[in-house]
Design a protein around this ligand. Structure first.
Ligand code: NDP
Length: 429
């Protein structure tokens, strides 16, 4: 079978049949299948090498986001997440977008920022000028710490100086911050950047006569953005017995709300990150770094704003997302964790930029699914049906009873653990 993300009926199959389908599609070995099942995805020995004081491993469900098409290519999106409805939402949204031609996306080069904080430098203008005069020397020193990165086409590219007002007011020394811009290629780059930032600090002290304190990367990776967009004909949005225009209007109104109000923008972006974090965890990314970058970027103009926007344009609903995407296909746990290797195999991305484009599209898909429901019938109806299964398990239901109790809860319009217990107790023994 050729790889397609359009796996009709996949969600209705028993898990073993889903795995069999994947095994055929990707020619998976029995060991790889076992890894997907998760039973042996991270051995205790490895866990013990990864972090300190390890006492075991911790599991999350792994699901596949379906129907995803970005720049004309199909992607099965591995998502590790505990929250019901995230995988369904991405798959559902991607299906609609796919019918409208799929997502288009792009991503910047892997340009990361290393920061060096300089103090007691004297006059800020003089110090800034001196640093910039020595730019080539700083870049050469920076690159000497990582010749292999230069050999692969990456490395330190530029030096910038920022003078920031003292937080304690005009009587404090302004902050002098040197940025080293480094292309980290296929790596997220944190370790490499930190090495470079620490490495060039003595030279910066020498140039400015000042004293350096912090030397570390910035997670506001705004030189490494990913963008995705989609364009859906209004007619295609018709649902809930409403015309497409009305659904689209609800989504555009939701977008306006988030642009004007940080209280709404926070929740809007939480939804975006539902999708992005899930695929980040499944593919071994530092999702705290992605989160930090996303929220700082959302606030870059002084007010916290949505990472994605929606508006109506010539009979279409147009969605756009842009956010920092500091990902890696090497480094960190990526080559260590066998589950991560499996996820990347399913993704079939061949570069970190391609991965970033899919991440952006997943964020936009997740957001579309949420706003479509929020701007029309509300999310509780769909969400509760999925949440009901979790409630049934919490109440003690197991096996085929989970689905049955969940259905009864939804039918009763009362998705509560108490109600589930009551239903369980009323079952024949
Ligand atoms: P690594 O330290 O594992 O470095 C990646 C290394 O992979 C590179 O330095 C390079 O080493 C090698 N490599 C092989 N092939 C390539 C390629 N094609 N492109 C680029 N590098 C390649 O990982 P990172 O530096 O990416 O650091 C990521 C980790 O740092 C994450 O796990 C994160 O949790 C952690 N971290 C995050 C921080 C933050 O976000 N604030 C702070 C500190 C750490 P070589 O050239 O020698 O082959």
């Amino acid at each position: 079978e050729t790889v397609t993300s359009r796996l009709a009926g996949f969600h209705k199959l028993p898990m073993e049949e889903r795995l069999a389908q994947l095994a055929r599609m990707f020619r998976l070995t029995p060991e790889e299948l076992q890894q997907l099942r998760g039973n042996e995805s991270l051995e205790p020995v490895l866990a013990n090498q990864m972090i300190e004081n390890a006492v075991g491993t911790f599991s999350l469900p792994l699901g596949l986001g379906l129907n995803m098409q970005v720049n004309g290519r199909d992607y099965l999106v591995p998502m590790a997440v505990e929250e019901p409805s995230v995988v369904a939402a991405v798959s559902f949204a991607a299906k609609i977008v796919r019918e409208a031609g799929g997502f288009t996306a792009e991503a910047d080069d892997s340009m990361m920022i290393g920061q060096v904080q300089v103090t007691r430098y004297g006059d800020p203008t003089v110090a800034s000028e001196r640093i910039l005069e020595h730019k080539e020397q700083i870049l050469a020193l920076a690159n000497s710490f990582h010749p292999s990165m230069v050999a692969r086409g990456g490395g330190a590219r530029d030096v910038e100086v920022r003078v920031l007002p003292a937080p304690e007011g005009p009587r404090g020394e302004p902050l002098l911050v040197v940025h080293i811009l480094i292309d980290t290629q296929e790596a997220m780059g944190a370790n490499l950047i930190n090495t470079v930032a620490e490495g060039v600090a003595p030279l910066i002290e020498q140039i400015t006569g000042g004293k350096v304190y912090l030397r570390i990367l910035s997670n506001l990776a705004d030189r490494r953005l990913a963008r995705a967009m989609c364009r859906i004909p209004l007619a295609q949005l018709a649902d809930f017995k409403m015309p497409g225009e009305e659904i689209a209007e609800g989504i555009a109104q939701a977008s306006r709300f988030a642009q004007a109000d940080p209280y709404r923008a926070a929740t809007h972006n939480k939804g975006v990150m539902n999708g992005i974090d899930s695929v980040a965890i499944a593919t071994g990314q530092d999702w705290r770094a992605i989160e930090a970058g996303a929220h700082a970027f959302a606030c870059r103009r002084g007010q916290y704003r949505p990472l994605s926007t929606w508006h109506l344009e010539e009979g279409h609903l147009v969605g756009r997302i842009e956010l920092p995407m500091a990902l890696g296909t090497v480094g960190g746990p990526i080559k260590v964790h066998p589950g991560v290797q499996m996820s990347l195999k399913l993704m079939r991305t061949t570069s970190v930029r391609e991965l970033a484009m899919v991440f952006a599209a997943v964020g936009l898909a997740q957001n579309f699914a949420a706003l479509r429901a929020l701007g029309s019938v509300g999310i509780q109806k769909g969400h509760m049906a999925l949440h009901a299964r979790c409630v049934a398990v919490t109440a003690g239901a197991r096996g085929h009873w989970v689905e049955k109790i969940a259905n009864l809860l939804v039918k009763a319009g009362h998705v509560k653990v108490e109600k589930a217990r009551e239903l369980l107790a009323s079952l024949p023994p």
